[in-house]
Design a protein around this ligand. Structure first.
Ligand code: CAA
Length: 511
């Protein structure tokens, strides 16, 4: 991270002094700088001359005293308060009185660091995101002790680097990590509980959630030790058990499997990880399925449209369901869906897969009502215009039926992922709690809607921010999914926050 920040500053035309603990560490830092700028040269984004200039602006040293002339010092040492305090004591000693001292901490309190120095008014947080040269967000953290001028100078400098500063107060996780890590930890718990596989969760969140990386790929990029540190810090403040690091994460950290930096974390970087998509591609090659659709409404229309696009025959009359490979119930409400699917179950052939889309509780309830629960799966398209198909097997689903459903979905041009029969399947179960947290943050006045949205789009590469997402997906839908998640888990933090229910009652979007 230190090398990434040095690169950002040098690319911005600033002279940089990089301090490391010893010569070996300096060499590694130099290596990071050369590799990262070298990648930009290879991609034609930087000329060799420009690379030389950038590297020439970074002076590397092991002496704190060489920082004596700096206007701003950014600390990026490991996340231990004792270590940070030692570094800041040294900085306090060698730096000019008017120099601003910043910490790139992602988990410690900036105030705790500031009070250990002789210049708390000049201590700020500057929080960069991984990979620092790419991500546009920098959170600038002001404590109650920081003088406004120091914050303004740092925010200006960040803008000058082509990044977007979001200035917030000193709360654990600031904006982005506070919203991101509950979601990442929940994904780890989902894996640990056997709800879905690593690959299916990652695929669901990229293909269905539109994210640039799935949660396990991202945790491996961040570093699992950092993930645990950030979660511990957020938990200490929130006392929300969703922030209690999953035992699986701790086990990986104890085993030294920290992610990309050690070659193995959730993924093994020495081996190629293909898996799910290969299966999906080979499954996509069979004959086109015959699909029965029962129920009317936008979802039924969307399913008919995707069958048309895939060249699959669609049957929507009860009399013609006998030869269908898949019969999808796509009613607008669960009560009607239950009756329709039960009737369709009588008409469908013995080899047909029956799919429930309208479960308002668990799929198993609808499955039992059909009289042939062994043939029933849940089917959820988180975005009916998208390509992800989530397939839930219940405890009564016969072995092989979910495989057949996944094969049919693949032949319809969809990307299937599997999970157990739980509220929200994968995508909604992961995204709505995160969206609820964002609404809670907005309601608490910690950050405004623009800052929250900027944090997630510019810091984590989300296509849209959570406040915009809530309006796009519908606040009534958010409240309904959250109520289902809350009813299933009784987890207090999953109950929709008052700001959401109030806006639903008022019929007004958040923006
Ligand atoms: N260092 C430098 N540059 C890198 C890089 C790295 N490690 N990885 C990728 N890049 C550059 C590439 O060179 C490329 O640059 P150009 O467009 O100029 O050619 C660009 O990034 C895109 O790279 P790719 O095409 O190879 O890959 P991609 O399109 O899959 O994007 C990504 C990669 C930018 C990392 C993208 O997947 C993404 O946005 N992921 C989300 C990352 C995220 O959430 N970060 C925040 C984590 S939380 C955190 O860091 C805070 C904390 O406190 C823990």
């Amino acid at each position: 991270m230190g090398a990434g920040i040095a690169e950002v500053l040098a690319r911005g035309g600033l002279s940089v002094v990089g301090v490391e603990v010893n010569e070996d560490a300096l060499e590694r830092g130099r290596g990071h700088l050369e590799t990262s700028t070298g990648r930009a040269v290879k991609r034609g984004r930087l000329t060799e001359d420009a690379q030389r200039e950038i590297l020439g602006r970074v002076a590397l040293t092991t002496e704190f005293a060489d920082l004596g002339d700096c206007d701003l010092v950014i600390e990026a040492v490991p996340e231990r308060l004792d270590l940070k305090r030692t570094v800041f004591a040294e900085l306090d000693r060698v730096c000019r009185d008017d120099a601003v001292l910043a910490t790139n901490t992602s988990s410690l309190s900036v105030t705790d660091i500031a009070v250990g120095t002789g210049r708390p008014s000049k201590i700020v947080g500057v929080h960069f995101f991984n990979p620092a040269p790419v991500m546009k967000l920098v959170e600038v953290i002001a404590t109650v002790l920081t003088e406004p001028d120091a914050v303004a100078r740092v925010a200006e400098l960040v803008k000058g680097l082509g990044k977007t500063p979001v200035t917030v107060g000193d709360r654990a996780g600031f904006v982005a990590n506070r919203l991101l890590f509950g979601y990442l930890n929940q994904a780890a718990s989902m894996l640990e509980s056997g709800h879905a596989t690593r690959d299916d969760i990652d695929t669901a969140m990229t293909v269905g959630g539109g994210l640039p990386m799935g949660p396990f790929t991202l945790m491996d990029l961040i570093g699992l030790d950092t993930c645990v540190e950030v979660l511990d810090a957020i938990y200490a403040e929130s006392r929300d058990r969703r922030h209690a690091a999953s035992p699986l994460l701790r086990e990986l950290v104890t085993a030294g499997l920290l992610g990309r930096k050690t070659g193995r974390g959730f993924y093994d970087y020495d081996r190629s990880a293909a898996g799910a998509s290969e299966t999906a591609e080979s499954a996509a090659d069979g004959p086109k399925p015959v699909v029965g659709i029962v129920g009317v409404g936008p979802l039924a229309d969307a399913i008919a449209a995707l069958c048309d696009r895939a060249g699959a025959e669609v049957r929507d009359s009860a009399a013609r369901l006998a030869g269908c490979d898949l019969v999808v119930e796509a009613a607008e409400d669960a009560e009607a869906g239950r009756a329709l699917l039960s009737a369709a179950a009588q008409a469908a052939g013995p080899d047909a897969v029956l799919a429930v889309t309208s479960a308002d509780g668990q799929v198993i309830e609808q499955a039992m009502a059909t009289g042939r629960p062994a043939d029933v799966v849940g089917l959820h398209l988180p975005d009916p215009a998208g390509t992800l198909a989530e397939i839930a097997a219940t405890v009564a689903t016969a072995p092989g039926v979910a495989d057949r459903a996944a094969g049919i979905a693949a032949r319809l041009g969809l990307t299937p992922v599997r999970c157990r029969d739980r509220a929200g399947f994968i995508v909604d179960a992961l995204r709505f709690p995160y969206l609820n947290d964002a609404a809670a943050m907005l309601g608490a006045g910690y950050a405004d809607a623009d800052s929250i949205d900027a944090a997630m789009t510019l810091g984590c590469g989300y296509p849209t921010g959570p406040i915009a997402d809530l309006d796009r997906l519908g606040l009534d839908r958010a409240v309904a999914v959250l109520r289902a998640l809350h009813a299933e888990t009784r987890e207090p933090a999953l109950a929709p926050v008052p700001l959401l229910t109030e806006h639903v009652a008022a019929g007004r979007p958040l923006r």
